[in-house]
Design a protein around this ligand. Sequence first.
Ligand SMILES: [Zn+2]
Length: 206
Amino acid sequence: MQQLLNRRASKLRWNRTHPDRMREYSRRWAKSHPEHFKKPTVRATAAKWRENNRERLRQNHINWRNAHPSAWRAIQRRSHEKNRVKIRERNRIYRQEHKIQQRDYGRAWRSLHPEFVRAAARRRRVRELRAEGFHTVKQWLLLCAKYGHHCAHCGELRKLTEDHIIPLSRGGSDFISNIQPLCLSCNQKKGTRVEKTQEVRSVRRS
Ligand SMILES: [Zn+2]
């Protein structure tokens, strides 16, 4: 033990008396061990911080989006515009690779959301007839709730369908103000009347 301490003391003495040699030695050691001296770059530090604070950044981002909806929409629009070709190609490849899954998924989704399927059909009709207006499925469901899910005509508690008070074919709009909930039989009765009116009009025109 004493021997070891003596050796160490003598080494330290040598170190002190040969500063130039020591400096040279350290320099050489440093050169062959760069990983001990490399300072992380600002970029690397930032990346590491982001990696460690992922959840926090995600939440910040969501908060910002919620606070600035129109700015966020503009950003999305711009980015979509910029990457339009890329996105289209990616979607095309995805569709091709997931043809069967997509078909099954679409079927399952449609059977679970018949109201959205009907809404899509209605919008198509609105487009075809060049009628104005728009309402959402949510607005329709709220309207049904307002009527206590009863038919607006016969007052029966039945499955309700959307009726355009002024038919689309007669210049009615698709705004919720022109919609009333009717049971299927009331809607069909009303529907025939409208058809008759159209017949009369077409006869008059000819
Ligand atoms: Zn009815």
